[in-house]
Design a protein around this ligand. Sequence first.
Ligand code: BLA
Length: 237
Amino acid sequence: MFEPYLEELHESIELHGGELISLPSDFARRVSKNGNACIRNWLWQVPGFRRWRVTRLDAGNNLQVLNSVAYPDYSNDQPLMGIDLLWFGARCKLVAVLDFQPLVQDEIYLNRHFQGLKSLQGLFPELSNKEIMRSFDPHQYFSPWLLFCRGGEDQAKDSLPKAFTSFLNCYWKLQDYSSGSISKISSDEVMRLQIAYDIYSAERDPAHGLFTSYFGKQWTDRFLQEFLFPAASTKGP
Ligand code: BLA
């Protein structure tokens, strides 16, 4: 069910000059041992970004995932772009999270970068942030205006397609604006904060067990270290 979102995301990245970087074949596509799950990954080189990754997991009726994170160049202190869409078909449960993930939580930073996302929250009340976070701290690397819902199919059918398009457009607008203005946070500090994001996410990511169950521990550990959160294990860019 997330295939149209994947296509839209990839078209949008290409439109903004994105080019695919080749990946090890077992990251590009891997099927689980018993054939019940297939994961595909893409890594993009996009002007203005140091890294943009996309993951699609198709485990049939059990689970569908679209996950993506965009890391801006260190010279730009704008938030990361985070997408996490999950559909647990057997339980008809949707978890949808779309956020501009802030590097810091101070008011000046939030005012500078979040006017766009703030206005989206009003347009999509079904996706407004009323959920409780279990694994993550909502005050670290999440914004007060994230689009977040745990719901049923209705949310997905009705508002998610529109919200997804608006969210992407809104992020490109922010990128347009921020890349033309001078960052308030130094490049060294942006680098430190982006690395801290990977370390934090690698520690908290609720997907580790899920990937292990489909693809085994060895592959999953490598996948987290080398593809999902590479900065968590390298200490440098
Ligand atoms: C929750 N994300 C989850 C959950 C899973 C994943 C299994 C728990 C579902 C539930 O709450 O019922 C899955 N996370 C993944 C997968 C990947 C991953 C498959 O990183 C990797 C491919 N998560 C992100 C990003 C955001 C994000 C970029 O990876 C930001 C938009 C948010 N995911 C996010 C949030 C929750 C979540 C806020 C709820 C967590 C909580 O309750 O604390």
